[in-house]
Design a protein around this ligand. Sequence first.
Ligand code: ADP
Ligand code: MG
Length: 276
Amino acid sequence: GEGLPRPEQTRIMVVANQKGGVGKTTTTVNLAASLALHGARVLVVDLDPQGNASTALGIDHHADVPSIYDVLVESKPLSDVVQPVPDVEGLFCAPATIDLAGAEIELVSLVARESRLQRAIQAYEQPLDYILIDCPPSLGLLTVNALVAGAEVLIPIQCEYYALEGLGQLLRNVDLVRGHLNPALHVSTILLTMYDGRTRLASQVAEEVRSHFGDEVLRTSIPRSVRISEAPSYGQTVLTYDPGSSGSLSYLEAAREIALRGVGIHYDAQHTSGGN
Ligand code: ADP
Ligand code: MG
Protein backbone atom coordinates (compact mmCIF):
# COMPACT_ATOMS: atom_id res chain seq x y z
CA GLY A 1 0.00 0.00 0.00
CA GLU A 2 0.82 3.68 -0.30
CA GLY A 3 0.85 6.44 2.20
CA LEU A 4 3.34 5.36 4.85
CA PRO A 5 4.75 8.22 6.90
CA ARG A 6 8.10 9.42 5.58
CA PRO A 7 10.98 10.09 7.93
CA GLU A 8 11.82 13.74 8.59
CA GLN A 9 15.46 13.07 7.83
CA THR A 10 17.08 10.43 5.68
CA ARG A 11 17.32 7.22 7.71
CA ILE A 12 20.62 5.50 7.03
CA MET A 13 20.43 1.82 7.93
CA VAL A 14 23.49 -0.42 7.99
CA VAL A 15 22.55 -4.03 7.29
CA ALA A 16 25.27 -5.96 9.08
CA ASN A 17 26.11 -9.36 10.52
CA GLN A 18 29.58 -10.75 10.02
CA LYS A 19 28.13 -14.18 9.46
CA GLY A 20 27.58 -14.94 5.77
CA GLY A 21 24.33 -16.35 4.45
CA VAL A 22 22.03 -14.92 7.13
CA GLY A 23 20.00 -12.79 4.71
CA LYS A 24 21.79 -9.42 4.71
CA THR A 25 21.64 -8.92 0.96
CA THR A 26 18.19 -10.43 0.60
CA THR A 27 16.90 -8.15 3.34
CA THR A 28 18.63 -5.06 1.95
CA VAL A 29 17.19 -5.35 -1.56
CA ASN A 30 13.71 -6.57 -0.64
CA LEU A 31 13.26 -4.09 2.19
CA ALA A 32 14.51 -1.29 -0.06
CA ALA A 33 12.09 -2.29 -2.82
CA SER A 34 9.26 -2.55 -0.28
CA LEU A 35 9.95 0.92 1.10
CA ALA A 36 10.04 2.28 -2.46
CA LEU A 37 6.74 0.56 -3.29
CA HIS A 38 5.30 2.19 -0.17
CA GLY A 39 6.24 5.53 -1.79
CA ALA A 40 9.66 6.26 -0.29
CA ARG A 41 12.82 7.27 -2.15
CA VAL A 42 15.48 4.71 -1.34
CA LEU A 43 19.15 4.21 -2.15
CA VAL A 44 20.88 0.86 -1.77
CA VAL A 45 24.64 1.10 -1.27
CA ASP A 46 26.27 -2.20 -2.20
CA LEU A 47 29.35 -2.49 0.02
CA ASP A 48 30.05 -6.18 -0.62
CA PRO A 49 32.70 -6.91 -3.30
CA GLN A 50 30.52 -9.87 -4.35
CA GLY A 51 28.01 -7.35 -5.68
CA ASN A 52 25.06 -9.58 -4.86
CA ALA A 53 22.79 -6.65 -4.06
CA SER A 54 23.62 -5.04 -7.40
CA THR A 55 22.87 -8.31 -9.18
CA ALA A 56 19.59 -8.79 -7.34
CA LEU A 57 18.49 -5.28 -8.32
CA GLY A 58 19.30 -5.90 -11.98
CA ILE A 59 22.07 -3.29 -11.93
CA ASP A 60 24.98 -3.55 -14.33
CA HIS A 61 28.18 -3.94 -12.28
CA HIS A 62 30.85 -5.36 -14.58
CA ALA A 63 34.40 -4.18 -13.90
CA ASP A 64 34.20 -0.90 -15.89
CA VAL A 65 30.99 0.42 -14.32
CA PRO A 66 31.47 3.44 -12.02
CA SER A 67 30.96 1.98 -8.57
CA ILE A 68 31.20 2.46 -4.83
CA TYR A 69 34.90 1.57 -5.15
CA ASP A 70 35.45 4.82 -7.08
CA VAL A 71 33.56 6.69 -4.35
CA LEU A 72 35.56 5.20 -1.48
CA VAL A 73 39.02 5.03 -3.01
CA GLU A 74 38.99 7.64 -5.80
CA SER A 75 36.73 10.18 -4.06
CA LYS A 76 34.28 10.19 -6.95
CA PRO A 77 30.93 11.82 -6.04
CA LEU A 78 28.22 9.33 -5.14
CA SER A 79 25.94 10.92 -7.75
CA ASP A 80 28.36 9.73 -10.48
CA VAL A 81 27.78 6.06 -9.64
CA VAL A 82 24.12 5.87 -8.57
CA GLN A 83 21.84 4.08 -11.04
CA PRO A 84 18.04 3.89 -11.04
CA VAL A 85 16.71 0.38 -10.44
CA PRO A 86 14.65 -0.82 -13.41
CA ASP A 87 10.98 -1.52 -12.66
CA VAL A 88 10.89 0.03 -9.18
CA GLU A 89 10.19 3.75 -9.05
CA GLY A 90 12.06 5.64 -6.36
CA LEU A 91 14.69 2.93 -5.92
CA PHE A 92 18.36 3.55 -6.68
CA CYS A 93 21.59 1.60 -6.32
CA ALA A 94 25.27 2.45 -5.92
CA PRO A 95 26.74 -0.80 -7.29
CA ALA A 96 29.77 -2.76 -6.15
CA THR A 97 32.29 -4.09 -8.63
CA ILE A 98 34.94 -6.71 -8.05
CA ASP A 99 37.68 -4.10 -7.43
CA LEU A 100 35.97 -3.38 -4.10
CA ALA A 101 37.74 -6.52 -2.86
CA GLY A 102 41.00 -4.54 -2.96
CA ALA A 103 39.53 -1.50 -1.22
CA GLU A 104 39.83 -3.10 2.20
CA ILE A 105 43.64 -2.89 1.79
CA GLU A 106 43.77 0.32 -0.26
CA LEU A 107 41.72 2.25 2.29
CA VAL A 108 44.30 1.61 5.01
CA SER A 109 46.71 4.21 3.65
CA LEU A 110 44.11 6.87 2.78
CA VAL A 111 43.22 9.89 4.92
CA ALA A 112 39.92 9.68 6.79
CA ARG A 113 39.80 6.01 5.88
CA GLU A 114 36.88 5.26 8.20
CA SER A 115 34.68 8.14 7.10
CA ARG A 116 34.91 8.16 3.32
CA LEU A 117 31.43 6.76 2.80
CA GLN A 118 29.99 9.18 5.37
CA ARG A 119 31.51 12.12 3.49
CA ALA A 120 30.24 10.88 0.16
CA ILE A 121 26.71 10.46 1.53
CA GLN A 122 26.77 13.89 3.19
CA ALA A 123 27.73 15.45 -0.16
CA TYR A 124 24.94 13.64 -2.03
CA GLU A 125 22.20 16.14 -2.77
CA GLN A 126 19.32 14.05 -4.11
CA PRO A 127 16.48 13.82 -1.57
CA LEU A 128 16.18 10.35 -0.02
CA ASP A 129 14.01 8.83 2.69
CA TYR A 130 16.21 5.81 3.30
CA ILE A 131 19.72 4.63 2.53
CA LEU A 132 20.28 0.90 3.08
CA ILE A 133 23.89 -0.26 3.15
CA ASP A 134 24.57 -3.93 2.40
CA CYS A 135 27.72 -4.96 4.28
CA PRO A 136 30.18 -7.76 3.49
CA PRO A 137 30.39 -10.68 5.95
CA SER A 138 33.34 -9.21 7.85
CA LEU A 139 34.12 -6.37 10.23
CA GLY A 140 36.87 -4.72 8.19
CA LEU A 141 37.15 -1.15 6.93
CA LEU A 142 34.22 -1.48 4.53
CA THR A 143 31.85 -2.35 7.37
CA VAL A 144 33.45 0.33 9.56
CA ASN A 145 32.77 2.87 6.79
CA ALA A 146 29.12 1.80 6.84
CA LEU A 147 28.93 2.06 10.65
CA VAL A 148 30.40 5.55 10.54
CA ALA A 149 28.03 6.64 7.77
CA GLY A 150 24.80 5.36 9.31
CA ALA A 151 22.83 5.96 12.49
CA GLU A 152 20.92 2.69 12.58
CA VAL A 153 22.17 -0.88 12.47
CA LEU A 154 19.79 -3.51 11.14
CA ILE A 155 20.86 -7.04 12.02
CA PRO A 156 19.24 -9.91 10.12
CA ILE A 157 19.33 -13.08 12.18
CA GLN A 158 18.76 -16.47 10.64
CA CYS A 159 16.63 -18.66 12.89
CA GLU A 160 19.07 -21.54 13.27
CA TYR A 161 21.32 -23.04 15.89
CA TYR A 162 24.15 -20.68 16.93
CA ALA A 163 22.19 -17.69 15.58
CA LEU A 164 23.52 -15.40 18.32
CA GLU A 165 27.09 -16.64 18.11
CA GLY A 166 29.46 -14.03 16.77
CA LEU A 167 26.99 -11.22 17.30
CA GLY A 168 28.97 -10.11 20.35
CA GLN A 169 31.81 -9.05 18.10
CA LEU A 170 29.51 -6.98 15.89
CA LEU A 171 27.93 -5.36 18.95
CA ARG A 172 31.37 -4.49 20.37
CA ASN A 173 32.29 -2.91 17.03
CA VAL A 174 29.08 -0.89 17.12
CA ASP A 175 30.03 0.30 20.63
CA LEU A 176 33.57 1.18 19.52
CA VAL A 177 32.38 3.16 16.50
CA ARG A 178 29.75 4.92 18.63
CA GLY A 179 32.38 5.82 21.23
CA HIS A 180 34.99 7.13 18.84
CA LEU A 181 33.51 8.11 15.52
CA ASN A 182 29.71 8.20 15.41
CA PRO A 183 27.80 8.97 18.63
CA ALA A 184 24.42 8.49 16.90
CA LEU A 185 25.04 4.84 16.01
CA HIS A 186 22.73 2.26 17.58
CA VAL A 187 21.19 -1.11 16.82
CA SER A 188 17.64 -0.08 15.90
CA THR A 189 16.31 -3.18 14.20
CA ILE A 190 16.63 -6.95 14.40
CA LEU A 191 14.90 -8.97 11.70
CA LEU A 192 14.37 -12.71 11.95
CA THR A 193 14.94 -14.27 8.53
CA MET A 194 14.33 -17.67 6.94
CA TYR A 195 11.86 -18.31 9.72
CA ASP A 196 10.10 -21.66 9.64
CA GLY A 197 7.39 -21.51 12.26
CA ARG A 198 6.77 -25.25 12.01
CA THR A 199 10.08 -26.15 13.60
CA ARG A 200 10.68 -26.03 17.31
CA LEU A 201 14.20 -24.82 16.76
CA ALA A 202 13.09 -21.70 14.85
CA SER A 203 10.59 -20.70 17.51
CA GLN A 204 13.14 -21.36 20.27
CA VAL A 205 15.73 -19.19 18.51
CA ALA A 206 13.13 -16.48 17.91
CA GLU A 207 12.26 -16.52 21.61
CA GLU A 208 15.92 -16.33 22.58
CA VAL A 209 16.54 -13.41 20.22
CA ARG A 210 13.46 -11.58 21.53
CA SER A 211 14.47 -12.04 25.16
CA HIS A 212 18.01 -10.88 24.36
CA PHE A 213 17.16 -7.83 22.25
CA GLY A 214 13.59 -6.95 23.26
CA ASP A 215 11.93 -4.11 21.38
CA GLU A 216 14.54 -3.91 18.65
CA VAL A 217 13.24 -7.18 17.20
CA LEU A 218 10.59 -6.56 14.55
CA ARG A 219 7.32 -8.36 15.17
CA THR A 220 7.31 -9.22 11.48
CA SER A 221 9.64 -12.06 10.56
CA ILE A 222 10.60 -13.27 7.10
CA PRO A 223 9.56 -16.84 6.25
CA ARG A 224 11.77 -19.25 4.40
CA SER A 225 10.49 -18.98 0.83
CA VAL A 226 11.70 -20.45 -2.44
CA ARG A 227 10.39 -17.38 -4.30
CA ILE A 228 12.73 -15.15 -2.27
CA SER A 229 15.75 -17.27 -3.21
CA GLU A 230 14.74 -17.51 -6.89
CA ALA A 231 14.26 -13.79 -7.52
CA PRO A 232 17.95 -12.68 -7.67
CA SER A 233 18.74 -14.96 -10.61
CA TYR A 234 16.18 -12.95 -12.60
CA GLY A 235 17.75 -9.66 -11.49
CA GLN A 236 14.62 -8.92 -9.51
CA THR A 237 13.47 -8.50 -5.96
CA VAL A 238 10.69 -10.81 -4.81
CA LEU A 239 8.43 -7.74 -4.86
CA THR A 240 8.38 -7.70 -8.67
CA TYR A 241 9.21 -11.39 -9.22
CA ASP A 242 6.21 -12.67 -7.26
CA PRO A 243 4.28 -9.79 -5.67
CA GLY A 244 1.66 -11.98 -4.02
CA SER A 245 4.04 -14.47 -2.42
CA SER A 246 4.46 -14.81 1.33
CA GLY A 247 8.03 -13.56 1.03
CA SER A 248 6.91 -10.44 -0.79
CA LEU A 249 4.13 -9.71 1.72
CA SER A 250 6.44 -10.25 4.66
CA TYR A 251 9.02 -7.75 3.38
CA LEU A 252 6.26 -5.20 2.66
CA GLU A 253 5.05 -5.70 6.20
CA ALA A 254 8.55 -5.39 7.67
CA ALA A 255 8.97 -2.14 5.72
CA ARG A 256 5.68 -0.86 7.12
CA GLU A 257 6.74 -1.74 10.65
CA ILE A 258 10.12 0.00 10.20
CA ALA A 259 8.50 3.11 8.73
CA LEU A 260 5.93 3.37 11.55
CA ARG A 261 8.45 2.75 14.30
CA GLY A 262 10.67 5.43 12.79
CA VAL A 263 8.04 8.09 13.43
CA GLY A 264 6.95 6.62 16.76
CA ILE A 265 3.60 5.21 15.63
CA HIS A 266 2.45 2.02 17.33
CA TYR A 267 2.57 -0.92 14.93
CA ASP A 268 -0.32 -3.35 14.59
CA ALA A 269 0.27 -6.47 12.51
CA GLN A 270 -1.95 -6.58 9.40
CA HIS A 271 -0.95 -9.72 7.55
CA THR A 272 -0.74 -13.01 9.35
CA SER A 273 1.75 -14.18 6.73
CA GLY A 274 4.27 -11.61 7.89
CA GLY A 275 3.92 -11.84 11.64
CA ASN A 276 4.17 -14.78 13.96
P1 ADP B 1 24.09 -12.71 3.23
O1 ADP B 1 24.00 -11.46 2.42
O2 ADP B 1 23.95 -12.47 4.71
O3 ADP B 1 25.32 -13.52 2.92
P2 ADP B 1 21.95 -13.67 1.54
O4 ADP B 1 20.93 -12.60 1.62
O5 ADP B 1 22.82 -13.69 0.34
O6 ADP B 1 22.84 -13.66 2.86
O7 ADP B 1 21.18 -15.05 1.73
C1 ADP B 1 21.89 -16.29 1.73
C2 ADP B 1 21.13 -17.30 0.90
O8 ADP B 1 19.88 -17.57 1.51
C3 ADP B 1 20.82 -16.83 -0.50
O9 ADP B 1 20.93 -17.89 -1.38
C4 ADP B 1 19.39 -16.34 -0.42
O10 ADP B 1 18.71 -16.47 -1.66
C5 ADP B 1 18.81 -17.30 0.61
N1 ADP B 1 17.72 -16.68 1.37
C6 ADP B 1 17.76 -15.50 2.06
N2 ADP B 1 16.59 -15.26 2.65
C7 ADP B 1 15.77 -16.31 2.34
C8 ADP B 1 14.42 -16.66 2.66
N3 ADP B 1 13.65 -15.88 3.45
N4 ADP B 1 13.91 -17.81 2.16
C9 ADP B 1 14.69 -18.61 1.38
N5 ADP B 1 15.94 -18.36 1.04
C10 ADP B 1 16.50 -17.21 1.51
MG1 MG C 1 25.42 -10.61 1.12
